[in-house]
Design a protein around this ligand. Structure first.
Ligand code: GDP
Length: 333
């Protein structure tokens, strides 16, 4: 019979043993908005921290229909066959209980989800991107502690979700389709700047020739773009997730990337920066909430807004007044 609550030690031991049921429940704890669950999840994470950080973290983005889940399934099964343990997470800020999600449910990766060496977890539903990001990062750490040595994080081009995933991973790839000409217009240059590889999927059948032409077009575009990773030249590659071609080669590229960036130190440097950026962004969010949820501030805000709109005070004066009010109030506490 399923116990309602596990103790902190039961979570720690279960995750460390790679028990998938306990791992799932630990992630549910992380995703919970209940303060008691939050505190418990933090205790579990704290103890497991020494077991984290050893996995390779790979991000994957692309418009819906590009073939992300088909690629992840083929690549994931291939990596499991090679003896890896693969965890697949998604970051989807559109995901919510009522709205559904762009990335859909994970029946998409049927064969991978049945693989004993794979673990698939969809995006936590609802909340701010900051909240989703915190939960996804901690979920990633939990999976690492459970022995998954490759973490694949999938996202779509919604809001800042790509930047968020880039800030969590070592290697980031953009999946695109052929027929660049028109489509290139739709791909934001900013997203190409985040990518360590551009993967042209569906390079099969009648599409193969077009895919080769596309690769040339992407290669020319890349020349004008600052590389995402110091000392690494981003390139465009062909693959077919359905025919399972180009995937071994893609994995080889990732292995070379890891070796090169580890030798040059940029791998470790990025990890360090990511950790500190995470700390800073959580402080930002915390302070933001302290300020905007403060009853004294929310009470005064309408008046100050009105004063700014009617030109009675300048925006700078308005900020000074509110911050001062906030300071005085906190000092009195
Ligand atoms: P996602 O929305 O990016 O996850 O895309 P999916 O993986 O769900 O794929 C969208 C559609 O493209 C599905 O019907 C797939 O079967 C198809 N597809 C994916 N990869 C390939 C491929 O390599 N070749 C071909 N011909 N079709 C593919």
């Amino acid at each position: 019979k399923r116990k309602m609550f596990l103790s902190v030690d039961e979570y720690i031991n279960g995750v460390a043993e790679g028990n998938r049921m306990v791992l799932s429940r630990a992630i549910t704890l992380i995703e919970s908005n209940n303060p008691d669950h939050f505190a418990k999840a933090q205790q579990v994470l704290q103890q497991l921290l020494p077991r984290t950080g050893k996995a390779l973290r790979v991000g994957i983005t692309g418009v819906p229909g590009a073939g992300k889940s088909t690629i992840i399934e083929a690549l994931g099964n291939m990596l499991c066959d090679m003896g890896h343990k693969v965890a697949v997470l998604t970051v989807d800020p559109t995901s919510s209980v009522t709205k559904g999600s762009i990335l859909g449910d994970k029946t998409r990766m049927g064969t991978l989800s049945r693989n004993q060496n794979a673990f698939i977890r969809p995006s936590p539903a609802g909340g701010t991107l900051g909240g989703v990001a915190r939960k996804s990062r901690e979920t990633m750490l939990m999976c690492e502690a459970a022995g998954y040595d490759i973490i694949i994080i999938e996202t779509v081009g919604v809001g800042q979700s790509e930047t968020t995933v880039r800030s969590m991973v070592d290697f980031f790839m953009l999946v695109v389709l052929t027929g660049a000409g028109d489509e290139l217009q739709g791909i934001k240059k900013g997203i190409m700047e985040l990518a360590d590889a551009i993967v042209i999927n569906k390079a099969d059948g009648d599409n193969l020739l077009k895919a080769k032409v596309s690769r040339g077009e992407y290669e020319r575009m890349i020349e004008y773009i600052r590389p995402a990773t110091d000392g690494w030249q981003t390139h465009a590659y062909l693959c077919s997730a359905i025919k399972k071609t180009g995937l071994k080669e893609l994995w080889k590229v990732i292995e070379i990337f890891v070796k090169m960036t580890k030798d040059k130190g940029s791998f470790q440097k990025r990890r360090e920066n990511q950790l500190l950026d995470w700390v800073h962004s959580m402080i930002d969010e915390h302070l933001h909430n302290l300020f905007f949820d403060d009853p004294v501030i929310t009470g005064r805000m309408p008046e100050v807004r009105q004063a700014v709109l009617t030109g009675k005070i300048s925006p700078t004066q308005a900020v000074a007044e509110l911050i001062n009010l906030f300071d005085v109030e906190r000092a009195a506490k």
